[in-house]
Design a protein around this ligand. Structure first.
Ligand code: GAL
Length: 833
């Protein structure tokens, strides 16, 4: 069937009212009702099933209508035909929980997902299917892709999970950001796109399919936008709605990198801008980022934390003010929904960088968005017969075309500062020495030359030993006080420990932007036979880039020894012995049964600052229900397990480089603009899900590659340490508008600061309070030149000893106006304990 005909059929279906989810140029309709839909990504394997209900509930309270997730193929089919849909991979359970909460699901099946996930979601075995070529017009690839996609669709159908069957799934995605790849590879890419769309549509889910970053998405598939801003975007056909599948709430972290964050004001601005320009579906990527447990992190070099500066933090706690500021935005947008879905905007200029977008529906509704795009200047504009003040880089929302209920740069929600407090008293460790590959047993073989790592390990482990013997003649000059010979090792990545006769002689590693490494250093050799053992470590497989599946890892050479009497000796083509994985891995030392199969050193014999060491201990679960983490800051690099489950890779020795200067919300955001944590470990804390713990006797196992001090490891709780508010005089609020609209107030009321500590906590002291012109941000406020002397009194009276309190922000409350004619605000920080 030609695509035009297909489209006609689709339109017919829609107009006959048979499809429960349909679309037109304005919006997605669910059961005949056009909707502005707010969605957020929560990837099910990046949290635990025990966390899911709470995450979904918090998403709902934050004003979301839809939860979006990818489907993670390599988690479901790690061996061909052997499927796994349990535990963190229980997709059906996840979808049903979203349904129970009354939300919809947008299912991004892919099955390529990118997502900073190991190998972009592809199982590693896929690479070894005969004749395969990934993500192009290739028979074997298409067959496997179709098989898995069909498997997922059928599974959802048999559980009646598509909206057309009464379930929550309103959209599905095939492929992921294939457009840029197609541009690179040309004709076969275009053919593949056509095939993928047709294959997906042929699965008859009864709900629309989307393709993101795919300008040529074939009808009826909707092409959608991903990015920090998407207001400029329009779909490829006039009858498709304008959808934003990835509104990046922050960015991912990599080992060696600083921690990116995105100011809530700019995120809200980008969303308001998208909606004002006719967008009707927005998905936050991520709404909850979570954790790359086990070896699921891609990259390479992606951290175990996938926090993403999302509205729900890695641990599932509210990230304030982002969560609250977006919640307020969603309420404001929803008030405009009737006008937004039924009218086209009338755009008028209000100044050099100011605009109004007005939506007037036939039924008489009117909604307006007033925008100030200037990055530095406030704008005072007139609209209707009123005046409005617009902060720089902000949009005001007026659901009745008169009253502002929300401005993207005026945060009404509180901010919170978090802290990590010790939850246990320290651990009694035992240690076990992993061997450098001097004795080989299982999983070892000897061949001439150097082998690529992933082809050898099939990614069953991060570790591959390359070992060879080097004979040093007793007449070598360096043995008589000369310079040590220099060992040069070229590796395709990602990290390398060099052992000479069992002693660690050096370490080198790459980064996300340059995973390749070169080791080049003098090594201490002796006369006779020397053993050179190279431990090559993969730190996650790439997840993006043209044919990322072909990227190599491991030592490909050359390997050379310079500074000998003969000059340089090339070791590349001599005999190398390979051992896949560690002895401790073969023994399953991370598990309860495995860890009791060997003798561990105890007390004063426990290894300290020694490479290749396993540590174990047991501990009881701390009380309370705060999320838990391991503080690994005295360790270097390795992996951690609790009760046999992998917490992930840790790498505290890799410090964050980058520029962590001040960051203003105003102006175009990029992932490099706002960074924190420079000079510290890229990731210090590692999430320990509460549900993985028993009340007593939990087994904690650490494998340290490099040398660390286990005495410094501690279990910590994540808690709110203080809460802040920054509220301007006369800042618009929804509450105020509602009071006036319902006749409960006849004049504007002052805005209010709402502050609350976590359940079970109380406000114990005031760290800072100033009504006037205070400076700085939460955690670092200071008084400005204008300060009301009674700023503290009100908080003393209303807040101390309470779990939460509300204080109106008006001069009279703080003992009178401290500086008339100047715009004032309140900044306050209250300590929670
Ligand atoms: C997008 C991609 C996502 C994720 C994101 C960066 O391009 O579709 O899967 O990788 O970038 O976090």
């Amino acid at each position: 069937m030609g695509s035009a005909l297909l489209f006609v059929v689709f339109v017919l279906l829609i107009s006959c009212g048979e499809a429960s989810v349909s679309y037109d140029r304005k919006a997605i309709s669910v059961n005949g009702k056009k909707r502005i839909l707010i969605s957020g990504s929560i990837h099910y394997p990046r949290s635990t099933p025990e966390m899911w209900p709470d995450l979904i509930q918090k998403a709902k309270e934050g004003g979301l209508d839809v939860i979006q997730t990818y489907v993670f193929w390599n988690g479901h089919e790690s061996e061909p035909g052997k499927y796994y849909f349990e535990g963190r991979y229980d997709l059906v359970k996840f979808v049903k929980l979203v349904h129970q909460a009354g939300l919809y699901v947008s299912l991004r099946i892919g099955p390529y997902v990118c997502a900073e996930w190991n190998f972009g979601g592809f199982p590693v075995w896929l690479k070894y299917v005969r004749g395969i070529d990934f993500r192009t017009n290739n028979g074997p690839f298409k067959a496997e892709m179709q098989k898995f996609t069909t498997k997922i669709v059928n599974m959802m159908k048999s559980e009646r999970l598509f909206e057309s069957q009464g379930g929550p799934i309103i959209l599905s995605q095939v492929e992921n950001e294939y457009g840029p790849m197609e541009n690179e590879i040309g004709a076969p890419g275009r053919a593949y796109t056509q095939w993928a769309a047709k294959m997906a549509v042929g699965l008859n889910t009864g709900v629309p399919w989307i393709m993101c970053k795919q300008d040529d998405a074939p009808d009826p598939v909707i092409n959608t936008c991903n990015g920090f801003y998407c207001d400029y975007f329009s779909p490829n056909k006039a009858y498709k709605p304008k959808m934003w599948t990835e509104a990046w709430t922050g960015w991912f972290s990599e080992f060696g990198g600083a921690t990116p964050y995105r100011p809530a004001e700019d995120l809200a601005f980008s969303v308001a801008k998208f909606i004002q320009k006719g967008g009707s579906f927005i998905n936050y990527y991520m709404y909850h980022g979570g954790t790359n447990f086990g070896r699921t992190a891609g990259g390479p070099f992606i951290t175990t934390s996938y926090d993403y500066d999302a509205p729900l933090d890695e641990y599932g706690l509210l990230r304030e003010p982002k969560w609250g500021h977006l919640k307020d935005l969603h309420r404001a947008i929803k008030l405009c929904e009737p006008a937004l879905v039924s009218a086209d905007p009338i755009v008028t200029s209000l100044g050099r960088s100011q605009e109004a977008h007005v939506y007037r529906s036939r039924s008489g509704g009117c909604a307006a968005f007033l925008a100030n795009y200037d990055q530095h200047l406030y704008a005072r504009i007139s609209f209707g017969n009123m005046h409005y003040n617009l902060p720089p880089w902000s949009i005001s929302i007026l659901p009745d075309c008169k009253n502002t209920v929300y401005n993207t740069a005026r945060i009404g929600a509180q901010s919170s500062q978090m802290k990590m407090t010790p939850a246990t008293k320290g651990f009694a460790w035992q240690s076990y020495n992993e061997e450098t590959a001097s004795s080989y047993g299982e999983n070892s073989f000897t061949v001439s030359g150097l082998r690529e790592q992933i082809n050898t390990t099939r990614d069953n482990t991060d570790y591959l030993w390359y070992s060879t013997d080097v004979r040093i003649d007793p007449r070598e000059g360096f043995l008589r006080g000369g310079k040590w010979p220099v060992l040069t090792v070229l590796s395709a990545g990602h990290a390398l420990h060099v052992f000479i006769n069992g002693q660690l002689s050096g370490t080198t590693y790459g980064s996300l932007s340059s995973p390749k490494i070169t080791f080049n250093r003098g090594v201490n050799l002796r006369a006779g036979i020397n053993k050179i053992s190279l431990l090559s470590i993969a730190v996650g497989l790439p997840n993006v880039g043209p044919h990322f599946e072909r990227w190599n890892a491991g030592i490909l050479g050359p390997v050379k020894l310079g500074g000998l009497n003969e000059g340089t000796r090339d070791l590349t083509w001599q005999k190398w012995t390979y051992k896949i994985g560690l002895k401790g891995e073969a023994l399953s030392l991370h598990s309860l049964s495995g860890s009791s199969s060997v003798e561990w050193l105890q007390g004063s014999l426990v290894a300290q600052r020694q490479p290749l060491t396993w540590y174990k201990t047991t501990f009881n679960a701390p009380g309370g229900n705060e999320p838990l983490a391991l503080d690994m800051d005295t360790m270097s690099k390795g992996q951690v397990w609790i009760n046999g489950q992998s917490i992930g890779r840790y790498w505290n020795q890799y410090k964050a480089s980058g520029n962590c200067g001040a960051c203003n919300y105003a102006g175009w955001f990029t992932e490099k603009k706002c960074l924190s944590n420079c000079g510290k470990a890229s990731q210090r804390w590692y999430h320990v899900p509460r549900s993985w713990l028993y009340p007593t006797g939990n087994l904690l196992v650490v494998f340290e590659e490099w040398g660390g001090n286990p005495a410094g490891i501690s279990l910590v709780k994540r808690e709110v340490s203080s809460v802040c508010a920054d509220i301007y005089e006369w800042q618009p609020t929804l509450m105020n508008w509602q009071m006036q609209a319902s006749g409960k107030a006849n004049k504007p009321l002052p805005p209010k600061a709402h502050l609350s500590c976590a359940a079970g906590q109380k406000i114990s002291s005031i760290k800072f309070a100033s009504f006037g012109t205070p400076q700085g941000t939460c955690g670092g406020y200071r008084e400005g030149s204008c300060h009301a002397f009674h700023s503290y009194d009100v908080f003393q009276r209303y807040c101390i000893g309470q779990q939460s309190c509300t204080v109106p922000v008006a001069a009279a409350i703080f003992g009178g106006d401290p500086c008339p004619k100047i715009m004032k605000k309140l900044s306050v920080e209250l300590v929670c304990s």
